[in-house]
Write a protein that binds this ligand. Structure first.
Ligand SMILES: *[C@@H]1O[C@H](CO)[C@@H](O)[C@H](O)[C@H]1NC(C)=O
Ligand SMILES: *[C@@H]1O[C@H](CO)[C@@H](O)[C@H](O)[C@H]1NC(C)=O
Length: 312
């Protein structure tokens, strides 16, 4: 266990913000033109700000907005939390109020694939305190827990789950419900019952799910058809499709479909946007309203995926 410093947290924070439209408002009034998020085109912002049905969440990551096909420049990745913190307070609050007027929440995303807090012996409570203080200090709406300590989860000894539970409890303690959003972005496979010795994310959900505003159901190397994504995952990760996770007790509208928008970043989990639109429409027809997160989408991708089910 080593002390968690602010500098360390900044290193852990892979993204400045995911931007969600929580869409309680029927129409945005603001014109979101802040330019702290380069690459997020005016059109993309407008789409994000457009009215959506209540309780669906359309999530985008500021460090991966693409205005054209192709990977983002490495220099644009991982630095947004730093950039945000380095802005003068007046600029931050100006940007924040424009997003807020448009119904868009700004959150920091923590951890990511290069940070393994459980394996690394990092103290969950101290980390939660540091991160919560950072969220408050820099005026964000909340935090997305993008925990990717696969080794710890695979170990099957419950340490990963316990780490997440302690961390989430403490975060919620510091960032009260109703004022701050706490989300988690687990891979869908972690919801498979009976696979994870410590219970996986079903354990995390049954213990601290009520403290979490919503989860992201991220497709990994499977979930590449509507059936696999929605109703019947593979035998490798059984019962981890959207409606199967819901059948295991996670409220359906907490499940946001996380999908990479480009083949390059998806690896083998890619679903072309036209097909994903069909899946989204099918899911809506079955009562799901959770939303989609798109780590690297351009506005045309977002429009296509929302399709006629959630038109923009
Ligand atoms: C919003 O800002 C854009 C870019 O500055 C501008 O082109 C557009 O006319 C504005 N829209 C409204 C409704 O003010
Ligand atoms: C998957 O869920 C179904 C229905 O609840 C259940 O019958 C089956 O045993 C589950 N399979 C696994 C591997 O958990």
């Amino acid at each position: 266990m080593f002390p968690v410093t602010l500098a360390r947290f900044l290193a852990l924070a892979t993204l400045l913000a995911l931007i969600t439209v929580s869409s309680v408002h029927s129409a945005p009034t603001g014109n979101v033109t802040a330019d702290a998020f380069e690459g997020l085109s005016h059109e993309a912002r407008e789409i994000l700000a457009r009215a959506t049905p209540a309780a669906s969440h359309w999530v985008a990551y500021s460090d991966k907005f693409l205005s054209s096909a192709g990977p983002p420049a490495p220099s644009t990745i991982k630095d947004n939390a730093r950039v945000w913190a380095s802005l003068p307070e007046s600029q931050r609050s100006g940007i924040k109020s424009q997003y807020s007027a448009a119904g868009i929440k700004l959150m920091v995303s923590a951890f990511g694939s290069s940070n393994l807090p459980t394996s690394g012996g990092v103290d969950p409570v101290a980390t939660a305190n540091t991160m919560a203080a950072w969220v408050k200090k820099y005026g964000l709406d909340g935090i997305d827990v993008d925990y990717e300590d696969f080794d710890a989860m695979r170990a099957g000894n419950g340490k990963a789950e316990q780490w997440l539970i302690s961390f989430t409890k403490q975060l919620r303690e510091q960032l009260p419900a109703g004022q701050y959003i706490i989300t988690h972005a687990p891979v869908a496979a972690w919801f498979s019952p009976k696979i994870w010795g410590g219970g996986g994310y079903l354990k995390v959900h049954s213990t601290v799910g009520s403290s979490i505003d919503w989860f992201y159901n991220q497709g990994d190397s499977e979930y590449t058809t509507c059936e696999g994504l929605l109703t019947a995952s593979s035998s490798r990760w059984p019962n981890s499709s959207l409606f199967q996770i819901s059948a295991s007790g996670v409220p359906i509208n907490k499940l946001v479909i996380g999908k990479a928008a480009t083949k390059a970043s998806a690896g083998t989990g890619y679903i072309p946007p036209e097909i994903l639109a069909v899946c989204v429409s099918q899911a809506k027809g079955k009562g799901w309203n959770g939303g989609v997160s798109y780590p690297d989408a351009a506005s045309s991708w977002i429009k296509t995926v929302r399709g006629s089910a959630f038109p923009v």
